[in-house]
Design a protein around this ligand. Structure first.
Ligand code: PEP
Ligand code: MN
Length: 354
């Protein structure tokens, strides 16, 4: 159910409606919009008695949301969600969704302070706003490098201060989540965990932006239902990420499904990034697919960058070189205006600053 408040409803009236919903034993999700506030109701098994709510002061109407996902749906919130990061410390203002494209670049894994700093320097100099790097890695083999853990998180915190890059890093379980949340600006939930409902609920109780990657074989509805898990706990700052799915095709590691972008945008107000690194698994495919993703209407790119990919401890073959990252930024900057976007490029440190 969705309570649509009148445009002129006061904050007190909105609060009173939320209190009423909570007293009925349901959960109220106030969703401010450009014109008016809507309040999502979850936790109800049967239809809520709308008559009672409609009679409350400031309420315009109460409508039923028939989709399985509600808070993630455009039925509940018409305008695109923009996740804003106010300027803080060395980091300038940034956003995901809206007019500006968001670019996240960095290695698959943090391998050492030297490696992470060398790559971060290139990522910052190219004008990206976000740095990615795994400290906890979900690896197919238990014998493969599992990440540096908290030491990797500390290195990324230093990178944020030094280069003004916001940190995107993955939490692989409830145990790592607490630490990751302490250090990260954006918590990544990986493809393998897209349906780890316990982890989704835990991340939903935090008030920090989340990048939710599409599962290896997830349908659009399953993807949005996972976003709903996070939002149903009160964390509305969800960024979707298409990273390819399993198909019969063997010319790439996964099949990057760019057709999900218009489909997501039709059904949901949430922003969506594209990861052409995991989406293809091949360095030579990353730039073409990044260009296509922006042309298709993605809100940004999440990409793996390594200065020595042949020595990388994970995902070297799909990591682009720093000069390719610069080229990607240049190309996306040109494509962006064609689709009504722009690519903000922060001018930061000189390359000699390290
Ligand atoms: C990653 O971003 O390095 C990663 C493990 O991604 P995914 O969960 O999409 O495989
Ligand atoms: Mn990776």
């Amino acid at each position: 159910m969705l309570v649509v408040m009148k445009a002129q409803a006061t904050p007190e009236e909105i609060q009173a409606v939320c209190d009423h919903i909570e007293q009925l034993g349901f959960r109220a999700h106030p969703l401010p919009g450009a014109q008016r506030t809507a309040i999502g109701i979850t936790g109800n098994k049967d239809a809520v008695d709308r008559g009672n709510i409609e009679a409350l002061s400031g309420v315009a109407e109460v409508i039923r949301v028939s989709k399985a996902y509600k808070l993630a749906s455009r039925d509940v919130k018409e305008e695109d969600t923009v996740i804003s990061f106010p300027a803080s410390g060395a980091c300038a203002e940034a956003s995901v969704g809206g007019g500006d494209l968001a670019i996240v670049g960095g290695p698959c894994s943090i391998e050492s302070r030297e490696q992470a700093f060398a790559i971060a320097q290139h990522v910052a100099a190219a004008g990206a706003q976000f740095f990615r790097g795994g400290a906890y890695k979900p690896r197919t083999s238990p014998y493969a490098f599992q990440g540096m853990g908290v030491e990797g998180l500390r290195i990324m915190a230093e990178i944020r201060d030094r280069f003004g890059l916001r940190i995107v890093t993955e939490a692989i379980d409830n145990e790592s989540l607490e630490l990751v949340a302490e250090y990260a600006d954006v918590i990544q939930i990986g493809a393998r965990n897209m349906q780890n409902f316990s982890l989704l609920k835990h991340v939903g109780r935090l008030r920090k932006p989340v990048v939710l990657k599409r599962g290896l074989s997830a349908t659009l509805e399953e993807f949005l239902m996972s976003a709903e898990y996070i939002m149903s706990e009160g964390n509305y700052q969800v960024i979707l990420c298409e990273r390819g799915v399993r198909t019969f095709a063997d010319h790439t590691r996964n099949t990057l499904d760019l057709s999900i972008i218009p489909a997501v945008q039709r059904l949901s107000h949430l922003p969506i990034l594209v990861d052409p690194s995991h989406g293809t698994g091949r360095r030579d495919s990353v730039l073409p697919m990044a260009r296509a993703a922006i042309a298709t209407g993605a809100d940004g790119i999440l990409v793996e960058v390594h200065h020595q990919p042949e020595k990388a401890l994970s995902d070297g073959p799909q990591s682009i070189y720093p000069d390719q990252f610069v080229r990607m930024m240049d190309e996306l900057e040109q494509i962006a205006p064609v689709v009504g976007r722009s690519l903000p490029r922060a001018i930061r440190v000189e390359s000699s600053a390290i």
